[in-house]
Design a protein around this ligand. Structure first.
Ligand code: ATP
Ligand code: MG
Ligand code: MG
Length: 583
């Protein structure tokens, strides 16, 4: 069994049931000292999900007891990400909401003789706990000071009459216990730091160990779900609730989630950014939730990924390929398909008249009418991707080569290269091709149909993509920490070429049509108003899935006119179409 329901005093149970009416209440308790990451997506799904299946509710509680590390920016981002994943907190609370209640209980605990003010230094406390040699443990001289003295000292701490580190309030637990969380854990410490919500009202702050269980209790949390590193804290959690005689929630643990080829810890992420190895904490190569969203990963794919893993007590590092597969499954359903060319090569179909002009109607998603259609021009000059042409043909090559036909997507016809025109430096300037108009038996049957974009400026084709950002794995190894010694090992594993910025890519006008169509929907309008441009996603046929990056500049007028006007389009590659066969 994951947890055991400890004995609870009958009257506390009664009060608890009166408050909850028997329903499940959970909470997601992040500390607002950084951005949420893929591991938190599991915690969010576990807490909100458990409450949901049991018809209960889940609170968001900011665990803000370390004023030095916490910022409003993170507070805002956390709520945004919880909502992005599709969850709405029943209540939004802060541990700091309870600073007065917590303080009162600290007094109560001291009055009961179960806490004392201690003036030992860090090294002294370490020695009392047996030191590195795990020697005998012993109490400090403050442990048995009179209650009245501790109360007076605690008052002095609160009044700012001690410098930071000169006094702490410790819980009088069980120094001889096998569990180090019972070795008179610190309840309050002195910090002269301004808190993001309470300002300079306090100079003493409760610790996580003192705060967490009591806040759970105040909120009548029925199941305090936390990650496995807190298993040893379960005993102290229950001890404190019992000691101050409050309702005691049940603590259950589950395993932490991580994925390969990344680091998640806040300190490590900050270092990557500060050293310029990534552009920001939401750099799409990272696995913070803002980074994943920015990259264009749908929230649904993240939820499906963490749900598939289930809830066990094992800490797991999952191959990131599994997340990619969920992303592909999800985008395969929702992303419109259009043609884009990342490295354009000009093609002139010399057997068509100069003013040849056709309108081709294409579905945004083949075999699915729900996404609708769009129209692209087909003209005498068009662009294909230079990777789809080879001057030296071979039998196992099925794309364009001299005298070899290749099909054009959306047209059941082929082109054949008849001449390669060169620049003075010898590079290829353009291809002269023959557009096949034959029918019946003589019609060539190409093995491959490649994407193309018409050169038709009067209809806004091609649409220029200012940048296409291709994200390869940030690290060279699956386990970036494994490449060396020490906590900075991962820094030397960063692949400095992992971001490839492609300039000069183009797309067909369907790109604008879809943006307009998206902007016209209720959801789309709301998202774009919030500048969540990453919700505009495409499948670029034969290339991969792409989303607009938030660096995109796009005005309402641009969308309205369906012209690129002043717009500056930046696309992120979310994933390739298929798993990399090398993996
Ligand atoms: P980190 O140091 O990675 O930011 P944390 O535990 O300090 O992690 P919190 O903000 O305290 O981060 O986490 C809020 C909740 O999310 C906690 O209940 C925590 O146990 C859970 N959580 C954090 N990281 C993971 C993870 N990798 N997998 C599952 N749950 C996690
Ligand atoms: Mg943390
Ligand atoms: Mg934490």
């Amino acid at each position: 069994k994951a947890g055991e329901n400890p004995q609870i005093k009958p009257e506390l149970t009664k009060q608890h049931l009166a408050a909850t009416k028997g329903s499940v209440i959970t909470r997601f308790p992040p500390e607002p000292n950084g951005l949420l990451h893929i591991g938190h997506a599991k915690a969010i799904n576990v807490n909100f999900g458990y409450a949901k299946v049991h018809g209960g509710t889940c609170n968001l509680r900011y665990d803000d007891t370390n004023p030095e590390a916490e910022e409003q920016e993170y507070v805002d981002s956390i709520l945004e990400m919880v909502r992005w994943l599709g969850f709405e907190p029943h209540n939004i609370f802060y541990s700091s909401d309870y600073f007065h209640q917590l303080y009162d209980l600290a007094i109560k605990l001291t009055e009961k003789g179960l806490a004392y003010v201690c003036h030992c230094t860090g090294p002294e406390i370490k020695a009392q706990r047996g030191g590195d040699e795990r020697g005998p443990r012993y109490a400090c001289k403050h442990r048995d000071r009179p209650v009245a003295e501790s109360l007076a000292e605690f008052q002095k701490m609160k009044e700012g009459r001690y410098a930071s580190g000169e006094a702490i309030l410790r819980m009088k637990m069980d120094i001889q216990s096998d569990n180090n969380m019972m070795w008179d854990t610190v309840a309050y410490r002195i910090l002269y730091a301004s808190h993001h919500r309470t300002g300079t009202e306090w100079c003493i702050y409760p610790t996580y160990d003192f705060t967490h269980c009591l806040c759970d209790s105040f909120e009548n949390i029925t199941h305090s779900l936390c990650t496995c590193e807190f298993i040893m804290s379960r005993e102290s959690y229950y001890w404190l609730c019992d000691a101050v005689e409050v309702y005691k929630p049940v603590q259950w643990e589950y395993g932490r989630l991580s994925v390969t080829n990344t680091v998640l810890s806040k300190r490590k992420l900050l270092k990557l950014r500060d050293k310029g190895l990534v552009r920001a904490l939401d750099d799409p190569r990272l696995f913070t939730l803002p980074a994943l969203r920015r990259r264009g990963v749908p929230a649904l794919a993240i939820n499906a990924f963490v749900r598939e893993l289930g809830v066990t007590t094992a800490d797991t590092t999952i191959d990131v390929v599994r997340l990619d597969n969920h992303i592909r499954d999800c985008l395969g359903e929702i992303a419109p398909r259009i043609m884009a060319v990342t490295h354009p090569l000009r093609v002139v179909l010399t057997n068509l008249p100069e003013d040849h002009f056709e309108q081709i109607v294409l579905p945004f998603k083949p075999n699915d009418e729900s996404l609708g259609t769009y129209t692209v021009p087909f003209t005498r000059v068009l662009y294909i991707d230079s990777s789809d042409f080879r001057e030296v043909d071979s039998a196992d090559y099925f794309r364009l080569a001299p005298n070899k036909p290749v099909g054009l997507q959306g047209l059941s016809r082929a082109i054949t290269c008849t001449e390669v025109r060169r620049n003075v430096d010898g590079s290829i300037a353009e291809l002269v091709c023959h557009y096949d108009t034959s029918s019946g038996e003589t019609k060539p049957k190409p093995k491959t149909f490649i994407q193309w974009v018409a050169d038709c400026p009067k209809l806004g084709s091609p649409v220029r993509l200012d940048e296409v950002r291709v994200y390869n794995p940030l690290f060279k190894h699956d386990n970036p920490m494994g490449v060396g010694e020490g906590s900075d090992a991962y820094l030397s594993d960063v692949d400095l070429e992992s971001l490839v910025v492609v300039k000069g890519a183009i797309a067909e006008v369907g790109l604008w049509d879809w943006i307009k169509k998206y902007a016209a929907t209720e959801v789309g309008r709301k998202e774009l108003e919030k500048h969540n441009v990453e919700t505009v996603r495409f499948q670029f046929k034969r290339i991969g899935y792409f989303a607009l990056d938030k660096d995109t500049v796009m005005t309402a007028a641009d969308i309205e006119n369906g012209q690129f006007g002043s717009a500056k389009l930046i696309m992120n590659r979310i994933v390739t179409l298929k798993e990399d066969p090398k993996k």
